[in-house]
Design a protein around this ligand. Sequence first.
Ligand code: GDP
Length: 362
Amino acid sequence: SLSAGIVGLPNVGKSTIFNAISSGKAEAANYPFCTIDPNTGIVAVPDPRLTEIADLVAPQKVIPAYLELVDIAGLVKGASRGEGLGNQFLGHIKSVDAIVHVVRCFDTTDITHVDGSIDPQRDVEIIDMELVLKDMETVEKALPRVEKRVKSGDKLAKQQTETLRAALRHLEEGTPLRRAALEDRGDVLQELHLISAKQVLYVANVDEETLLEDNAHVQKLREIAHADEALCLTLCGKIEEELAELEQEEQEEFLQSLGISEPGLHRLAREIYALLGLHTYFTAGEKEVRAWTIPAKALAPEAAGVIHTDFQKGFIKARVYTLEDLRQYKTEAALKEAGKIRQEGKEYTVQDGDIMEFLFNV
Ligand code: GDP
């Protein structure tokens, strides 16, 4: 399933944020997959459309889309050279779909920063450098193997060699590959799971006072994010930790007293989802109303495959309607009578927000 890795220097608030994620009890209880290791937490992706469909259909169960967040602690300066447990942790980043980079923007003096002062630019550069160095190592290791195949006349290997050499030039200049606009000829970059190529979302971890108004550190981080064509989101780890302990009603009161409309973690989940260019379709029955995650532009059989591989293999057709029509007609029976349920085949590109049912051969 979908995952993002949380990185950042020591003492920036990663564990605090991660604790908030993993103590969101209601979410863990609903999570359909049970084997989750201790450094993985689950967040639901809040979606008002799901709530609206559930209100109309009144099912026994409502299941949102979920995102896995992986705590990638231990990334320090020198990690790529094996300092701390760095190298091992850098390896974990390979398997995530996106990176959440937590940057310390709170000034509290009684909590020391590893490098002595609060400086978002320096922090971002340190982490980026570790990602770049790790990728250099990976590319340098792969290159001789691929070059060898060129000698035996392998055309694909020739393309791959050129791609890898171009990547190496960027890395040697200190440019993360996500900013390099490289064409992945021979699909070799993808194959190597290069970590500086992954999309990044910056999180400015601030204190309570800064939540509603950016301090100078946050402003700086926003500039950095802007130059990186990335998003920057402000949250307060401590508040998130407190929010996660509360029942819904108390949570709403607390949010109101803070002057914010939703927990920062909800925004985070939504933004990661958007960052990865994902779409959602819904299934809506009496038993269960559920959100399903698919890549943008997925065709109907692929979307069916997210529920079960058998749905994809035996795909016959899909019955599809929209939320706007459900809003107007209220029930599936009324939609059917009004001719608002479409039949779509194998070539149908699923639209974000479609409500679907699949017919398939077993
Ligand atoms: P990590 O090393 O990045 O995992 O950092 P921790 O989560 O352990 O946080 C380091 C210290 O900063 C702890 O003492 C936290 O209580 C404190 N801290 C974390 N988030 C915040 C925050 O949002 N505001 C303030 N004031 N302190 C925080």
